[in-house]
Design a protein around this ligand. Structure first.
Ligand code: ARG
Length: 458
């Protein structure tokens, strides 16, 4: 079969080269965008009198037909036609005859592929933003139920101070909020049309780039044709936002894995989100959060892969850029599949409030509060810290917790201790007292939930 660009050649392409340089194996995912872009392009050509109305109608109808046949699995892509753009053009010509050859007037595959990528990423970024909102809602719903549920808060994975479980969950809500904002911001630079930039320098035809951009729903047009065909920043930005988000999801996943271990038993994931072991009958493994934690690696890898592909390229288009696609598709698909599982997994997880409660009453995470107690009685914080350190050491040796010491024992360490120390040391009081803005005190958490709710409504 002859190539669409075959005129200048005297020999057929080496078979191995043909297979290795073809992108149809993966860029067929852009079929819908390619057809949409072509319809906008030919409609603009007709509007400018570059092709006739009749030719435009034939081409548009032909493209729609090709789209339908592709959907129905009636057409077969060929490696000889290299990529999605030439495959579709070939199908079009087969469908409507030589007039189909007018479609490519005033455009190049370089602006065409860039247009397809912008369209694809715009659609999928919007879908991912929706999925992030769903995940935030799942986090929010759990948080709403657990304002009064206390668990140890950790630093260095050592018990630090008790916190409200809602507070802990809402930290992830805000991470996801920033992720969403990053994707939204990236959309501004995805929503720009490269169409009509030609191979690199523009075209001799009197095209109207603003018109085709407008009909494709883009809100801007690249001001420089060389930039238009060689810019892949919008993909890098998407992949960067994706990497940061996956890092968050990975951290959350790690917590879910830890919390569902026998050692913690703070949560239990729903059976429908776990798998068993082929040898150990007792096992219920948290595969989903483990996989999400691992998928983060490929998303980071895709970002670095593309950064590396682009870093040494001279202007304008280079074949290297064909390597932008698989990583982008992979990142999109990983995010969409991952987020789709994450939301219902969070929603259905069982929170073991009793185990959390027990954990906070069997530790020294209220130690800071006795220090604050003395500070309130005008003892300098450093001195109080020293005194409490000694009390903790004493308690460890006596195998007691702070609430178990008698008032006489307290008084041995400092004369200012009174009976009210026991109230201050109650975990729920410890949490309640952290009533500074953004703190874990229940009153603050309730108003944080309100802020989260209004962020969701925006
Ligand atoms: N398949 C190519 C890609 O994905 C399309 C653009 C090809 N342009 C060219 N002049 N070879 O990048």
């Amino acid at each position: 079969m002859s190539k669409l660009w075959g005129g200048r050649f005297t020999k057929p392409t080496n078979k191995l080269v043909e297979e290795e340089t073809a992108s149809i194996g993966f860029d067929q995912k852009l079929a819908a965008q390619d057809i949409k872009g072509s319809i906008a392009h030919v409609s603009m050509l007709a509007g400018q009198g570059i092709v006739s109305q009749d030719e435009k109608e034939k081409i548009v109808n032909g493209l729609i037909k090709v789209g339908e046949k592709l959907e129905a699995g009636k057409l077969h892509y060929s490696t000889a036609d290299e990529d999605i753009h030439m495959n579709i053009e070939k199908f079009l010509i087969e469908e409507i005859g030589p007039v189909g050859g007018k479609l490519h007037t005033g455009r190049s595959r370089n602006d065409q592929v860039a247009t397809d990528m912008h369209l694809y990423l715009k659609e999928h970024t919007e879908a991912i933003i929706e999925l992030i909102s769903k995940t935030q809602k799942a986090v929010f719903k759990q948080a709403e139920k657990h304002v009064e549920t206390l668990l140890p808060g950790y630093t260095h994975l050592q018990r630090a101070q008790p916190v409200s479980f809602a507070h802990h969950l809402l930290a992830y809500f805000w991470m996801l909020q920033r992720d969403k904002e990053r994707f939204e911001d990236g959309l501004k630079r995805t929503n720009i049309s490269p169409l009509g930039a030609g191979a690199l320098a523009g075209t001799t035809f009197p095209i109207d780039r603003h018109e085709s951009a407008h009909s494709l729903g883009f809100d801007q047009v690249y001001a420089n044709s060389m930039d238009a065909v060689s810019d892949r920043d919008f993909i890098l930005e998407f992949m960067s936002a994706a990497s940061i988000m996956m890092m968050h999801i990975s951290r959350l996943s790690e917590e879910l894995v830890i919390w569902s271990s026998q050692e913690f038993q703070f949560i239990e994931l729903d059976d429908s989100f776990c798998t068993g072991s082929s040898i150990m009958p007792q096992k219920k493994n948290p595969d989903v959060p483990e996989l999400l934690r691992a998928k983060t690696g490929r998303v980071f890898g895709n970002l670095f892969g593309l950064l590396t592909v682009l870093k040494g390229l001279p202007l304008a288009y280079n074949k290297d850029m064909q390597e932008d696609k698989e990583g982008m598709f992979d990142t999109v698909e990983t995010l969409e599949a991952g987020l789709a599982m994450l939301a219902p997994m969070i929603e259905t997880m069982e929170v073991k409030t009793e185990n959390m409660k027990q954990a906070v009453s069997e530790d020294f995470s209220n130690a800071t509060d006795i220090a604050d107690y003395l500070v309130n009685k005008d003892v300098p914080f450093r001195e109080a810290h020293e005194v409490i350190g000694k009390i903790v050491l004493y308690s460890i040796n006596k195998k007691k917790f702070l609430l178990d010491l008698t008032i006489d024992e307290y008084k041995q360490f400092h004369s200012l201790f009174e009976e009210d120390i026991y109230h201050v040391l109650e975990p729920s009081q410890v949490v309640r007292n952290r009533n500074s803005y953004g703190g874990t005190g229940q009153e603050q958490v309730v108003s944080q939930l309100k802020e989260a709710e209004s962020a969701l409504l925006k």
